[in-house]
Write a protein that binds this ligand. Structure first.
Ligand code: TXA
Ligand code: MG
Length: 348
């Protein structure tokens, strides 16, 4: 299959009439799959009401069929078609954070969406992306669009159209290239079917921001206790993994440098993941600055691109600095922990 790349400037007006967007919307209506820029990461979109389209998504990504997809909409009214009820707290959150990086889990109204999209669960995750190209496409095709991140399953999520092409070229109908995404980590997944909402995946909207609006929110135990079973099926899979063996380092920069020296002595190519502030403090084969530590949002925005760059540079081992776990740092640390397979080396 020839994968079309449609370049779209996200700043122009009337994107609904942009010929590239109209083209991509036609493919979606024909049950083809198309990669779409969102404010978090690129998604691989397909008609959520069509088994045929949803199967194509799972096939292209090599994604396990028990991992449900997030449904993307452009208007809140679309919810009534496939959601059984909208709890009061969910309504408040939608009014405050949509469009934006918050996925809300609702009870499903059966019979509308492809059961493959919801992996046969009685619930469904929905979000309204805050990206002009994604919104224009959703409005133009008029369908609920199932869209997981547009990477091969297990790889870091794509934050640029080039990342999508690296993973999925020839496997999908096209990609709308709207430039780099903004937030850089995926949406927060919040289960609102419980009286006290539960964060199943930390993401672009922080726990603090949610609690400011609806009061107490809890974090799924599986996010802190590795042995507990996660409620978001996708959280049990190894994810975001670079090809190299990766370790998080808790301790001083001198300690991290010492680890680098030891591995290099073994003849290995060693990479360091740090930030702009400290990039000249290390001597290693590859040192990559992932944003600025003083601005954690810049770290989130650069994270997946940095992990992918280590792959291109063929390092054997990566030592990564750690980040504070509050605000968007919670999502950053969650992704780094997964990328490292939870391997942490602590300075004594
Ligand atoms: O920012 C995002 O959310 C991106 C963009 C493209 O919108 N999408 C994304 O989708 O990250 P994906 O498929 O890579 O991750 C969806 C996560 C998985 O961990 C999945 O298990 C969970 O959401 N999820 C989806 N539906 C669920 C449900 N009904 N109950 C629990 N977890 C669910
Ligand atoms: Mg994903």
């Amino acid at each position: 299959m020839n994968t079309i790349v449609w370049k779209v400037d996200k700043y122009v007006d009337n994107l609904e009439r942009n010929p590239q967007v109209v083209d991509a919307a036609r493919f979606l209506r024909e049950n083809e799959v198309v990669a779409i820029p969102t404010e978090t990461v690129y998604g691989l979109g397909g008609n959520a009401e069509s088994d045929e389209a949803v199967e194509k998504i799972y096939m292209a990504k090599g994604r396990p069929g028990d991992n449900p997809l997030i449904i993307h909409i452009a208007e809140k009214e679309q919810l009534n078609r496939f959601v059984a009820e909208i709890p009061a707290k969910a309504q408040i959150l939608m009014d405050k954070f949509w469009p934006g990086p918050l996925t809300i889990i609702f009870k499903l109204k059966e019979g509308i969406l492809s059961e493959k999209a919801t992996a046969g669960l009685a619930t469904v995750g929905v979000r309204m992306p805050a990206h002009p190209v994604a919104l224009a496409l959703l409005k133009t095709c008029g369908l609920p669009i199932a869209a997981p991140s547009a990477n091969s399953s297990g790889k870091p999520s794509p934050t640029k159209a080039d990342h999508v092409i690296d993973d999925l070229n020839g496997k999908i109908a096209g990609v709308l290239d709207g430039g780099s995404t903004g937030v850089g980590v995926e949406s927060t997944v919040l289960d609102c079917t419980e009286e006290i909402p539960v964060i199943l995946r930390p993401g672009g909207v922080t726990k603090e921001q949610l609690e400011d609006v609806i009061g107490k929110v809890v974090i799924d135990r599986a996010l802190v206790d590795e042995s507990a079973k996660p409620k978001a099926p996708g959280m049990k899979y190894r994810h975001y993994a670079p090809n190299a063996e990766m370790y998080l380092v808790s301790g001083s920069r001198e300690f991290l440098q010492q680890l680098v020296v030891e591995k290099r002595r073994e003849g290995l190519q060693v990479g360091v993941l740090t930030t702009k502030e400290y990039q000249y403090d290390y001597k290693a084969d590859v040192v990559l600055a992932c944003g600025e530590r003083a601005d954690l949002e810049s770290v989130a925005a650069a994270l997946y691109d940095t992990l992918r760059r280590f792959n291109q540079l063929n390092v054997d081992v990566i030592f990564s600095e750690m980040f504070p776990g509050s605000g968007v740092g919670e999502a950053i640390m969650n992704r780094l922990q997964k990328a490292a397979g939870h391997k942490v080396i602590t300075e004594k």
